[in-house]
Design a protein around this ligand. Sequence first.
Ligand SMILES: [Zn+2]
Length: 289
Amino acid sequence: MLVTLKDILADARDNHYAVGAFNVIENVMLRTVLETAEAKEAPVIVMGLAADLEGAGWTYIAGLAKLAAEYHNIPVCLHLDHCYDLDYIRQAVDHGFTGVMYDGSSLPFDQNVKMTRAAVDIAHPHGVSVEAELGHVGGSNLAETRHVESVLTEADEVTKFVELTGVDALAVSIGTGHGVYRSTPTLNIERLVELSRAADVPLVMHGGSGTPDDQVKNAVANGITKVNVFTEERMAMFRGLKEAAKLQRVDPLPEDQFGPISRALADLVAEKIELLSSDGRAALTIANS
Ligand SMILES: [Zn+2]
């Protein structure tokens, strides 16, 4: 069933686990994520970046996700990942997304507040939850043409930010980065504990890919309730793709081509669900939402 970001994260916050948030840009990805989550009885967030939703993507991904969410007996949130333009928030609301992220983390504090508040004013009247970002999770952009340093989130800004914007979830910067890590990250758990105390909304970890498992577990134990994964999905699918490319037949069946990709992705999704302790949580989340 389709649920809001706010509802799916509420149970996670109460029970100290995190919901996996997986980017999906094609049917194979969407189906693999949802089927794996259902097999694990886990609530799950599927999300798209505006760039991947351009053109027919809005209709295809949103249409598929909404239909499939009703078919699967787990809570599913359809979420717009990193968005810098209010027009995309409107698009997402129009297409039935149940969560959106407005990312003003590169803006000065006041500007971030102003724009995030505007996103909340668009989304909330339609029952759509809003995630924002304070501090800045750096790392590589998707094309790997730019690398930006992270700026840790300040606890004293968090309370004020949440109050002024009315957001439902907050992405914080505690030492992770987007893309493939150049060196192993060390999360600032002390800072996370302060942030968790300062915020009365669920906290989100971006750059979940490649962060050592024990550190992710520690972050979840200390207040992270949503963990974004995209880089590791791409790496898993690429392993599957290389496996499929070993086929000798000139006209391999679709299943032989997409199967290895889907299975590699499914293994990763299952692994993440277990790491975040969201397995077996689906029924509880449904009961509480
Ligand atoms: Zn991110």
